[in-house]
Write a protein that binds this ligand. Sequence first.
Ligand code: EPZ
Length: 419
Amino acid sequence: MDKFIICGGKRLDGSVCAQSAKNSVLPLLAASVLTGDPVVIREVPDISDVHCMAEILQEIGAEVSFAGGDVRIESLHAGNHSIPPTLTRELRSSVFMLGSLLARFHRAACAYPGGCDIGLRPIDLHLNALKRLGVSIREREGYITCECDRLTGAEIALDFPSVGATENILLAAVGAEGTTVLGGAAKEPEIVDLQNFLNAMGANVRGAGTDVIVIKGGLPLHGATYTPVKDRIEAGSFLIACAICGGEVEVEGVGGDTLGLLLHKLRENGCKIHTKNDKIKIASTGSLRCNRKIETMPFPGFPTDLQAQMTALNAGAEGVSVIVENLFETRYKYVPELIKMGADIEVRGRNAVVRGAGRLHGANVACGDLRGGAALVLAALGAEGVSEVSDLSYVDRGYAGLEQKLRALGADIRRIREE
Ligand code: EPZ
């Protein structure tokens, strides 16, 4: 797998445009097979998760073609409702396919989904909700088979605002006869994007962004051309990179309201932040104060997908910080790698106590998951000396052209391709 060679200590200055949101494009791709008409999703990021989802669509019989940054899906002749285990274990988002395959074919099968190793990641909320819509589900030897004569609208209440379960329910409920009322829904901006896309296809979904979503199912769905929202987690990662390195960076395409508490936390670190429409400008001296506490919560709380990056920031700041990861059980696998760079971090279950080292030093480190890998890249950018960050396939799952974007801002980073 490839590695980065990073010479730390360079300021970051300039502007960077956020890519389309990975966590929106993936459910949109799943939604595209709700109709046999052609669907075009614009400006999709060139990341491996998107290509893996495209492979899944091809496996069910859809024609998928990439051109000029857009992807076109035509699933008129699709008919295979079973997703190969190799693909579902590689990509957690494959579980969204259950909802759309059931809505289209009333049948779906997949292995228990995999994805980054950040926690148990069960899918009980997904399966219980599908049963409420009339689906019978068999689970055997890690394989899930779903079928129904028809989908029927229902009242569903989620015990936890699961992003994926909310999306899966929307995808199935648009194919159900009657109305579905989903309570306890996740409120992430990517849910609103999925609602807008489904409505562009002729569906009637209302309430996304709040915790009650109403889906009037059974409407005929047609093709659409759609441009997804921008990636707030990629944008947040660049803001944190500038905070760590020092400099002035403007991130375009994402509004401050989509980043939860991140901007407030960066101001606590001593950064200056200005937001205007979909532009966020950050100025940092690079000498930062630790956050007293960062606690991840469902949107609009502090995003779990920026926890690792902010831990890296605090590891090189002054003071002591307590990080609390409420969403996933083991989202600290990157910590031993940060410790190789001089970080002083003690993990106790869901908590991590970070004693700021003032500045980290370069080291050879390895990525173990997508956002933990991004955190190692950010730490290396701010560290004293040279670092090697290996196993970049994890980072390539979610960041398109990361080294090009960072180099354009002044970072000294290059990729070494390794077989
Ligand atoms: C989505 O994952 C995102 N992935 C994740 O981003 C993100 O971290 C997460 O939402 C939370 O915001 C995509 O959108 C593709 P959840 P998802 O269901 O849907 C538990 C990244 O880095 N849970 O909201 O899997 C689960 O175990 C990725 O881009 C159940 O218990 O997240 C977890 O502890 C990582 N039962 C918590 O809920 C279920 O049936 C949050 O999971 C489903 C989830």
